[in-house]
Design a protein around this ligand. Structure first.
Ligand code: TMP
Length: 201
């Protein structure tokens, strides 16, 4: 059985972790081996990035660090699992670097060049939500007008990428069961396309 690489992207509070974990559980429940993973990772570089994010580091430095974290992540975890026939579901990937770090002023062309050799996902879900709604979900960030403006910029970039690169856009300002039904619908279609027996799904 062939492994696949599925990515979830979106702004903070769009529901990436809940829904990517949901997809992994659902795939496992229908007998398809699936694995949840996330960027930034819990490795040395990923943990260092989390510290820097709190203090608002330089976007070029963050681009380099996210890319280094990704290289380790791909080599040590994602690629071996896919080779082993597993569906790897990744909560954020290089499109987050393009959207977030370019919104902070890093050159998109440079981000793309640094990230050009990473594996292309088989399927990308963009979970889309208005930042004024997602920030209300993340109570701690509720107050910051600056953060809202920044996330609006990131959201516009994600939507632009979605139309250029063919992501599946799922609006997440609605009940979770509706969102997850849509994710399942897309996945069923994908599974048919890649030749999984329909009766299993
Ligand atoms: P998280 O909330 O998904 O754990 O991610 C932490 C923050 O890191 C989030 O605000 C998005 C940001 N981020 C980037 O700025 N660039 C990246 O390449 C990635 C993967 C995340």
């Amino acid at each position: 059985m062939k492994g696949h690489f599925i990515v979830f992207e979106g702004i903070d509070g769009a529901g990436l972790t809940t829904n990517s974990k949901f997809l992994v559980d659902w795939l496992n429940s229908i007998g398809i081996r699936a694995w949840y993973t996330k960027e930034p990772t819990q490795g040395t570089i990923g943990l260092y990035i989390r510290k820097l994010l709190k203090s608002g580091a330089d976007p070029f430095l963050l681009t380099l660090l996210f890319t280094a974290d990704r290289k380790e992540h791909m080599e040590n975890e994602v690629i071996p699992k896919i080779r082993d026939g597993i569906f790897v579901v990744c909560d954020r990937y290089l499109f987050s670097t393009i959207a977030y770090q370019s919104a902070h002023g890093a050159k998109e062309e440079l981000i793309r060049r640094l990230n050009k050799n990473f594996l292309k996902p088989d399927l990308v879900f963009l979970l889309d939500i208005d930042p004024s709604i997602s920030l209300n979900r993340k109570q701690a960030e509720k107050e910051s007008y600056e953060r809202k403006e920044f996330l609006e910029k990131v959201r516009r970039k994600f939507l632009e990428l979605a139309s250029d690169e063919g992501f599946i856009v799922i609006p997440t300002d609605r009940p979770l069961n509706e969102i997850q039904e849509d994710i399942k619908k897309v996945m069923k279609y994908f599974l048919e396309e890649v030749g999984y027996a329909q009766e299993k799904v």
